[in-house]
Design a protein around this ligand. Structure first.
Ligand SMILES: Cc1cc2nc3c(=O)[nH]c(=O)nc-3n(C[C@H](O)[C@H](O)[C@H](O)COP(=O)(O)O)c2cc1C
Ligand code: SF4
Ligand code: SF4
Length: 275
């Protein structure tokens, strides 16, 4: 039986949704498919015994998340294995350099990267923009099926298909500034998180942060430099009590977005267990 291993990182569930679609399709064709969350300690650094390897992640400021970069650098060099990289993003053609960079890192580890795709999903970057209302989000998710099925078919037919780089709509200068600004700023952005008076100290943000970057100290919610900026805490807080660098004071009023079926139990099933 052919084996596929998919490793992913996901703040709000979009990227996991893509993994599950791939898994569902190939499982129905009698492949053995394993999904591993990159924050899961059981994650493989040496990928053996699989015919196909995939990495799925959200785009962060036109690049891949820091945790994905670190992970790909830690992977051991492989025998030549066919591979795919899929980025999920909040707007068309805004994957920036994320896929190119992922491909370079995978190729360094000897993967044969045959397939790449960028899938438009609802934007979750609350601090920078306003996520869509749920009805609009559901429409976006529905439309994403076409590109997800596109890459699934290419993999199934072993037909090479790689997404070409497109300059994001901000233009070269702004895009480069955003790319480097986030790359270097990422390790400080946790300092911009705050809770408002609406916080009821329910502990949900602490329990559900994928990298354990949030703590409770002296009855206050505190962020630490482990933060990957995934926006799960901001989006999942039931009181909309988390804001980040909220200069104009609109943070609490903005929409919040979590993939509809990305319930806490499911997150924990994927992240806290080996399977
Ligand atoms: C810090 C941050 C930066 C982001 N930067 C971009 C971007 O440059 N381009 C884009 O299209 N979407 C961007 N997004 C939106 C996410 O890539 C998108 O919503 C993604 O599908 C979220 O996936 P997830 O639910 O698996 O975390 C950003 C989101 C965050 C949190
Ligand atoms: S999830 Fe929201 S309300 Fe609950 S502790 Fe965190 S900030 Fe406070
Ligand atoms: S602190 Fe919030 S934004 Fe940072 S990694 Fe944890 S859940 Fe994501």
């Amino acid at each position: 039986m052919k084996k596929i291993l998919i490793q992913y990182f996901s703040g709000t569930g979009n990227s996991l949704y893509v993994c599950e679609n791939i898994s569902e399709y190939f499982s129905s064709k009698n492949y053995s498919v394993k999904i591993e969350c990159i924050v899961n300690e059981a994650v493989s650094y040496c990928i053996e015994d699989v015919e196909c390897f995939g990495i799925v992640f959200p785009v962060y400021a036109l690049d891949m998340p820091r945790i994905i970069r670190k992970h790909l650098k830690l992977l051991k060099p492989q025998q030549k294995i066919s591979a795919f990289a899929i980025a999920t993003m909040g707007a068309p053609d805004e994957e920036g350099w994320s896929l190119e960079n992922a491909v370079k890192l995978l190729q360094k580890k000897n993967f044969d990267v045959k397939w790449t795709e960028a899938v438009v999903m609802p934007i979750n970057w609350v601090a920078f923009s306003d996520p869509p209302e749920m009805t609009e989000a559901e429409q976006i998710i529905l439309k994403s099926k076409a590109s997800i099925m596109g890459i699934i078919k290419s993999i199934a037919e072993n037909r090479i298909s790689r997404k070409h780089f497109v300059m994001p709509r901000y233009g070269r200068l702004n895009s480069v500034m955003m790319y480097y600004g986030f790359k270097f700023g990422c390790k400080y952005l946790w300092k911009g998180f705050k809770t408002t008076d609406n916080c009821i100290l329910c502990g949900k943000c602490i329990n559900l942060c994928p990298v354990n970057a949030i703590q409770l100290k002296k009855k206050k919610i505190i962020w630490t430099d482990k933060c990957e900026q995934c926006m799960r805490c901001m989006n999942i807080c039931p009181e909309r009590a988390i804001i980040q660098y909220d200069v104009i004071g609109k943070g609490s009023k903005k929409n919040r977005y979590i993939f509809p079926e990305f319930i806490p139990e499911k997150i924990q099933k994927y992240e806290k267990s080996t399977y």
